[in-house]
Design a protein. Structure first.
Length: 637
């Protein structure tokens, strides 16, 4: 999807022409494989680092274009969201001090981006999911103004034909509906590339699939989304839903999501994956292809295979095959898309080292993993790791049941160390990065665990917005010295930076755990709710969960005053006493504007509504808390 010249308006003829070029590219690759043209006996690695941009309020800041202009570095590029950036590291031979060189370049590029971001009042944060993200950040106004992103959004929506639904359960539950692909921008990753030969691709790709689960279990860093505690690596569930083009069918039909792990082992070559993806997944975006790959081959040049690479970029396998050209030579890579961004560069390179070491050692010690593992077990292990991290229960080789943490400690960490040494990686690098993983696994303190432990320690303190802000601020400060996450102290509320940063918009402190009634229910139920839950306002919803009214304590007092003793025995429906069409605000409404609305209309609460549906409520009590925070801060000064 790095191609800029996307055709934004695709007709049937455009799609057929692009599919024609796509099939030609596939045949050209088949010829290259048959003639042994793919580079062999070379091991290179590379990586892509995605990141968040945050403002002084620790929330997502849409400043990517300004920062890129300031930076002016070809290593840096855009991502889907204007609050995201990506940097691409240079490829390195997998040997010697390659891992420390990777970390060194990563730190250098991050420092350059941080300096550029500071010129625009922003900072750079590495995290699988930004704790302070709100749903209001995910509008099309936050989409990077590049044709390929708009074309992707339009194509996915066209195929899906309806809103995106996202539901995931962990310690909490999140169920939301969204109208664009910007949910994908919630995720940032550290994607590692591993160059392989064509003749060994199937064997090594299967190994990558087998070891993905334990590597992910040791690397999780994304347990929170919109303040909800979900999976240890919520990115896995979220990404699948964000670009899912499937729709419900009237009968049982197997449909594969565009984000997926796969369904079986690879038997022969990379062609199996490309063929399957072309067969299963419709073209989303297209470009004009001016190269005939067979003419290039006849002329002794490596063809670019633009159509094949573009389509491959719209199918999101967690281990994705990649075709590329370096120094005029075509090659194949396996791209590990599972690893989250953060918590620090040293953590990320350590995660990469674990994966790379296992790729080598499993190949040497075990060989063909398909003879000792059922594919469905590898897939279940992957989902278990995403849900439970090191607490997952795996079915490993020979269908042996073992806990992820035990497997890592007793078998895989020594194996990965052995693999790195067999690759002639410097022993000092092996000790540094595998030492990070050893200590992380021993302590159980992944990035996810640090976030959850910090959130638990903040329980009962401040608002949800302040707690999320404290997490984001603590991540920023601890990333600064590149100390691995297992050594981090927990976040503290005072790190949130004061109340002002977390009360700017209604979404940051509105109440979302609501008690509501239906318009046909008994008004006595409203009185009971107010008494039991110590609340003074009860929203009224219809059967489609649309806000249709509001009942206040004053409404009930007036009802009691005007109702005779005889009428009090009549079961009165809520619809008779509710205030119809109440004044509402949206989640992104500035706090000052909401206060002015309440003052103007002389009301004590504001239901918060999005797409006609109730999502929260703010009351006079909430604004009293804001005033108290302000007073305490002024007195402290």
């Amino acid at each position: 999807m790095g191609e800029q010249k996307i055709n934004e308006e695709l007709g049937a003829e455009d799609l057929r022409r692009f599919m024609q070029r796509l099939l030609v590219d596939l045949r050209a690759l088949e010829r290259m494989l048959d003639e042994g043209m793919i580079e062999r006996d070379v091991r290179r690695i590379g990586a892509e680092q995605e990141m968040f941009i945050v403002g002084p309020d620790l929330r997502a800041a849409n400043r990517a274009m300004e920062i890129l202009d300031e930076l002016d570095d070809p290593h840096a590029t855009t991502e889907l969201g204007l609050f995201n950036l990506e940097i691409n590291l240079d490829p390195l031979a997998l040997e010697g001090d390659c891992l420390s060189r990777m970390e060194g370049q990563l730190n250098g590029l991050l420092n350059d981006i941080r300096e550029a971001a500071a010129q625009h009042g922003t900072r750079i944060l590495l995290s699988g999911i930004l704790p302070t993200l709100d749903k209001s950040n995910l509008t099309l106004d936050s989409m990077t103004p590049r044709p390929r992103y708009r074309a992707l959004n339009d194509a996915v929506r066209r195929l899906r034909g309806r809103h995106f639904e996202f539901q995931v359960k962990g310690a909490d539950e999140l169920h939301l509906r969204h109208d664009n692909v910007m949910l994908e921008a919630c995720n940032t990753s550290f994607q590692v590339h591993f160059q392989v030969g064509a003749e060994e691709f199937a064997r090594l790709y299967n190994i990558a699939q087998a070891v993905t689960a334990p590597v992910l279990a040791a690397a999780t860093n994304s347990p929170l989304l919109f303040g909800r505690r979900l999976w240890r690596e919520t990115r896995i569930a979220l990404f699948q839903h964000s670009v899912d083009t499937r729709t419900a069918t009237p009968h049982l039909r197997d449909q594969q999501p565009r984000v997926h792990f796969g369904n079986h082992w690879i038997e022969r070559s990379v062609l199996e994956i490309f063929q399957a993806d072309i067969a299963r997944y419709r073209v989303l975006v297209a470009i004009d292809v001016d190269e005939d790959p067979f003419e290039a081959l006849d002329a002794g040049r490596a063809p670019k295979l633009k159509a094949l690479r573009l389509h491959n970029g719209t199918v999101y396998r967690w281990n994705r095959p990649c075709y590329g050209i370096l120094d005029g030579k075509p090659h194949l890579r396996i791209e590990n898309r599972v690893l989250p961004a953060g918590p620090t560069p040293v953590d990320e390179v350590a995660n990469a080292a674990l994966w790379l070491g296992l790729m080598k050692a499993v190949d040497e010690e075990i060989g063909d993993v398909t003879e000792r593992m059922v594919f469905d077990d590898a897939k279940e292990n992957f989902l278990g790791a995403a849900r439970h991290g090191m607490g997952a229960q795996f079915r490993w080789l020979d269908r042996r049941e073992v806990q992820a943490r035990t497997l890592l400690q007793e078998e895989l960490l020594p194996l990965a160390r052995q693999g790195l040494l067999a690759l002639d990686v410097d022993s000092s690098d092996v000790d540094r990065y595998m030492g990070v993983i050893d200590e992380r696994v021993e302590s159980g303190k992944t990035g996810s665990q640090w976030l959850l432990d910090s959130l638990h320690s903040l329980q009962g303190q401040g608002t949800k917005g302040e707690r999320m802000g404290a997490l984001a601020s603590a991540i920023l400060e601890r990333q600064g010295d590149n100390t691995p996450v297992h050594e981090w102290p927990l976040a503290r509320l005072e790190e949130a930076g004061g109340w002002v940063k977390h009360y700017g918009h209604i979404e940051q402190f509105m109440t979302t755990d609501l008690f509501t009634v239906n318009e046909d229910e008994l008004v006595d139920l409203v009185a009971c709710l107010m008494d039991w839950e110590h609340i003074r306002h009860v929203p009224v919803e219809d059967n489609q969960h649309r806000l249709v009214g509001l009942v206040t304590h004053r409404t009930l007092l007036r009802l009691l005053a005007r109702t005779s003793v005889t009428d009090r025995n009549r079961p009165i429906p809520v619809s008779e006493v509710m205030q119809a069409e109440p004044i509402t605000v949206s989640p992104g409404t500035p706090t000052l504007e909401a206060i002015q609305v309440m003052k103007k209309h002389k009301i004590g609460c504001l239901p918060v509504v999005e797409d006609e549906r109730l999502v929260g409520i703010v009351t006079e009590r909430d604004f009293m808390n804001v005033a108290q925070q302000l007073l305490e801060e002024l007195l402290a000064k």
